[in-house]
Ligand binder design. Structure first.
Ligand SMILES: [Zn+2]
Length: 117
């Protein structure tokens, strides 16, 4: 399963099939591809190297082990900065409307629509 979930080939086939089926590109699927791209430099060849070209022959990248304290701290700092920036900007532009229950994620409106009846 690791090979299937960490292959950019599999990701491209599934994301492409969904794109064709829906006739619209689903940006949310890029999270999977981005995960694979992040894993490539963050795994060493001796422990779960990323098979990004599976089922084809893949030249594994001997990256940096992701479980090091400095890397985890950097990751958490990036998450905190990203979410803090998101919250501050929504407040700055008056987009923080609790009553609408509307969230804009990557241009997709996830608003709760009132029932027709
Ligand atoms: Zn992974």
């Amino acid at each position: 399963m690791y090979n299937v979930t960490h292959s950019l080939v599999v990701w491209a086939l599934i994301a492409g099939a969904i794109w064709l089926f829906r006739n619209k590109f689903s940006w949310i699927w890029c999270a999977w591809g981005l995960h694979v791209l992040c894993d490539m430099p963050l795994h060493e060849t001796n422990f779960f190297p990323t098979p990004y070209l599976w089922p084809f022959k893949t030249h594994f990248i001997n990256g940096v082990h992701w479980g090091q304290v400095w890397l985890i701290a950097l990751n958490w700092a990036a998450l905190v900065i990203t979410y803090a920036t998101y919250v501050v900007r929504r407040h700055q532009y008056g987009l923080w409307d609790e009553s609408s229950r509307s969230v804009q994620v990557l241009g997709i409106d996830h608003a709760e629509k009132p029932s027709e009846n």
